[in-house]
Design a protein around this ligand. Structure first.
Ligand code: CBF
Length: 809
């Protein structure tokens, strides 16, 4: 986009004045940010309109990515960058004596997701637009995002995250495209004059779904796609039926919070309401938009692909059936053919508790028509499967089982494609979690290893590294990530390695200053920065990290001259509000941090920093400064991971179990350039199968391990209530579900190897460079290209010479 600094300055001043009726010099950071954001959005709007029109004019097939979570992160910088305006904006602001970075920090970071799944959805939005593909997001505009995490006396406390407080400049409320979503009531079918069975409804709760559209800006290719987030409101014509504020609550609460408390019936019911609300509004708006294409309905799968991101949006299947049968009057068979060809499903986890199952009674009462359709899908599935595969497989794969609706089964049966998110994960789906389905439909299964957008996670988060790569290999890698491998040619070049070390040190200094500012802890930027950033979950094993730190602490106390490389252990993690054990782990880490950080015997040898409120913006500060990337989940448990990819791309060395995408990272970077430890997934399966594991035996036979575990309960760590005992119990008395003790010794050994290597800074830099140079296959651009080719069958709509284009990986 061509805009001069002069023009920008003039337009910015006008924008500010028209919004606030005084001069920009008097504006607060929030006001200045709002004005700047709106101005950038104005620059986007013509491309947004043209992209939409181009798709319709050329009858382009559109992808709709249905996800209950999106974690876009702050958008100002990335939008300005993708438009090619970042330098102009920075220069213009500095002419006005304003700092771009300061204004950018005033943007709220929308926490509309929990972690990897939501962030992946946003990386995919960025890649779809950057590849010039017609890809739309469909989700919920939660009024409050995921809770804001605070630590009080080391305990996690959850506060509301009011991200819309200062308005959201990127969204456009689109009243023209609202839909009505119906819940509850009675429904029955009657034949109309044309002989169609049509549903009649009474006493339903009618909710108006209002779309808020946000532009998804492609990288320098004039493409702007749409992220549509729905908000629930009372239909205007029904307002008179509501007499008190309390009466309006059941409607407003639908889009109030992400993840209502699901430890009780009401919370679960609300979550199901949210899922149907988002699905129904999304599918209705797709069918309405499809009509603009003027092609027969049987061609829907040629023009529309709907992607089901985990089981949460699986109601897409019966909802599309409902619309095609009840409103478009197609036969069951016609509707099923369309639905099945249109839908595809990604599984993101093997955790049983995350594979949703809804009580049949709840579904029947909340969504009576949808339940009828699910029942019919199930009956037909059973009828077809039984004669071919027999009772066992049929009942194990049925949608309705023991009083519940199994949403993963609904998603698999209703989709033409089912994929996992890393090779190992897909293998586990095929051989274990969805094994029976793999027998029924082997052709549907495929792997799509996750990816990240390097634009946000390298170009913007790590400008000095980006500049170094540009200087050494030119800028082509930004449009063709596979060219990053050219950087490998510099692994022995002293100048490059020194510069790489300097870049890392600069990033570490910046993070050290931030740590000082927000945590009051002084850390030495020359120390090794060891990073574990992800949701807190027992399978991710932050407590294994904790045990190792405690082990180091005890060793230092016993022998203050022990030869440890000074380390800063950095954590960022939120625990689900009702996940008591995870919160206990947080408390123990925080208490250990207080002990270690203030012990004069320890000095700089060991520091622990546990950041509050981990999210996208914080990740952007931490990742460029990381030396070690902790990916230590129990093998087989982490579907893929994506922080592993971001950290690798920024030159951190991975310390990992062979789990999720860590295996592919090892394959690309080579065994010598990361640290692998622990049980393999095969060994884990075996241990589980033969039930031979005895954690207590390990505790009793390994003196070092015993000392560490005893330190959880013998008062070494001050200021604990029963949290140390809880950890001890789970690991020793309840037989250590995630094999933490089993992997402890090899983890400590790997950590010692990390120390040894860090002592040789130029060798460390060489391996770091090789990691950066091997990270291209984890570009989300490639991942999206694979989804586009194999699943959605969509192509780029931009000219060959524009924007990102992908040659070999
Ligand atoms: O596929 C994206 C990510 O999804 C999760 O975060 C999830 O919520 N299921 C997984 O835990 C990650 O392994 C995965 O990378």
């Amino acid at each position: 986009m061509e805009i001069t600094v002069k023009q920008f300055v003039k337009e910015f001043k006008q924008q500010f004045q028209s919004m606030y009726a005084y001069s920009y010099e008097e504006g607060s950071n929030e006001q200045l940010y709002n004005a700047l954001g709106l101005l950038v959005k104005n620059y986007i709007s013509s491309h947004w309109k043209e992209t939409r029109e181009k798709y319709i004019k050329n009858s382009v097939k559109q992808v709709y990515y249905f996800s209950m979570e999106f974690l876009p992160g702050r958008q100002l910088k990335s939008n300005a960058y993708n438009l090619g305006l970042l330098d102009v904006v920075k220069e213009g602001l500095s002419e006005l004596d304003l700092s771009f970075d300061q204004l950018a920090e005033a943007e709220a970071d929308p926490a509309l997701g929990n972690g990897g799944l939501g962030r992946l959805a946003s990386c995919f939005m960025d890649s779809l637009a950057s590849l010039g593909m017609a890809g739309n997001g469909n989700g919920i505009r939660y009024q409050y995002g995921l809770f804001r995490q605070k630590f009080v006396d080391g305990y996690q406390v959850e506060l509301p995250e009011n991200w819309l407080r200062y308005r959201n400049v990127w969204e456009t409320r689109n009243d023209k495209s609202t839909c009505m979503v119906r819940f509850g009531g009675n429904v029955w079918l009657e034949e109309n004059h044309q002989g169609h069975l049509v549903p009649h409804y009474e006493n339903t709760l009618n909710v108006l779904a209002v779309p808020y559209d946000t532009p998804m800006v492609g990288y320098r290719n004039d493409t702007v796609n749409n992220l549509r987030l729905w908000s629930a409101e009372i239909p205007v014509e029904e307002e008179a039926n509501y007499h008190t504020i309390e009466e309006t609550e059941p409607i407003k609460e639908i889009t109030q919070v992400l993840y209502p408390d699901d430890s009780n019936y009401e919370g679960r019911l609300l979550r199901l309401k949210q899922e149907y609300f988002m699905v129904s509004a999304g599918v209705q708006s797709i069918i309405r938009h499809f009509r603009k294409y003027n092609v027969p309905r049987k061609n829907i799968p040629d023009k529309v692909a709907i992607h089901i991101n985990d089981t949460h949006p699986a109601l897409v299947v019966p909802e599309l059936m409902r619309i095609l049968i009840d409103e478009e009057h197609l036969s069951w068979e016609q509707a099923w053919e369309i639905t099945f060809k249109t839908c595809s499903y990604t599984n993101h986890t093997i955790l049983r508790e995350a594979l949703e199952k809804w009580p049949i009674d709840m579904m029947k009462e909340l969504l009576p028509r949808i339940y009828m359709i699910i029942e019919e899908i199930n009956n037909r599935f059973v009828e077809n499967t039984m004669p071919l595969y027999g009772e066992r497989i049929t009942w194990q794969t049925a949608i309705l089982q023991n009083g519940v609706v199994n949403m993963a089964h609904l998603a698999v049966i209703g989709s033409h494609s089912v994929n996992g998110v890393a090779k190992l994960h897909t293998d586990i789906l095929m051989n274990d979690v969805l094994k029976d389905f793999f027998e029924l439909y082997p052709e549907r299964f495929n792997n799509k290893t996750n990816g990240i957008t390097q634009r946000r996670w390298v170009h913007l988060a790590n400008p000095d590294l980006t500049q170094l790569i540009d200087e050494k290999i030119g800028e082509n890698w930004k449009l063709t990530p596979s060219e990053l491998k050219v950087f490998k040619g510099f692994e022995k070049d002293k100048d490059t390695l020194n510069k790489l070390t300097d870049v890392k040190l600069k990033n570490k200094k910046r993070l050290a200053a931030h740590i000082k500012e927000v945590k009051g802890i002084t850390v030495d930027p020359n120390a090794l920065f060891d990073v574990q950033i992800k949701r807190l979950h027992a399978y991710k094993r932050q407590h294994l990290n904790l045990l190792h730190i405690l082990h180091r602490y005890l060793e230092i106390k016993e022998n203050p001259s022990v030869d440890y490389v000074p380390r800063v252990f950095i954590f960022g993690a939120k625990a689900a509000p009702s996940y008591h054990y995870a919160k206990q782990i947080i408390k123990v880490i925080n208490s250990l941090a207080d002990l270690v950080n203030n012990d004069p015997d320890v000095g700089d040898k060991l520091k622990i920093v546990f950041f509050e409120n981990y999210g996208v913006s914080l990740a952007e500060k931490i990742i460029p400064a990381a030396d070690i990337s902790e990916q230590i989940s129990l093998a087989s448990m982490e579907a893929s991971g994506t922080s592993n990819m971001k950290l690798m791309a920024n030159g951190a060395l991975t310390l990992a179990t062979l789990d999720g995408a860590n295996i592919e990272i090892r394959d690309f970077v080579g065994e010598d350039n990361l640290f692998v430890f622990g049980l393999s997934s095969k060994e884990v399966y075996k241990l589980k199968e033969n039930q031979s594991y005895q954690a207590r035996e390990l505790y009793e036979s390994d003196q070092k391990l015993k000392n560490v575990l005893d330190a959880l309960t013998n008062g070494t760590i001050p200021n604990l209530q029963d949290e140390g005992y809880a950890l001890f119990d789970s690991l020793v008395n309840f037989n250590d579900e995630y094999f933490v003790l089993k992997d402890f010794a090899s983890y400590v050994e790997a950590q010692n190897k990390v120390d040894d290597l860090y002592k040789d800074q130029s060798e460390w830099a060489r391996k770091s460079l090789l990691n950066i140079a091997s990270s291209a296959p984890f570009s989300a651009d490639y991942t999206i290209q694979r989804y586009a080719d194999d699943i959605w069958k969509v192509r780029s709509c931009v000219e060959e010479d524009e924007g990102v284009h992908l040659v070999d990986e």
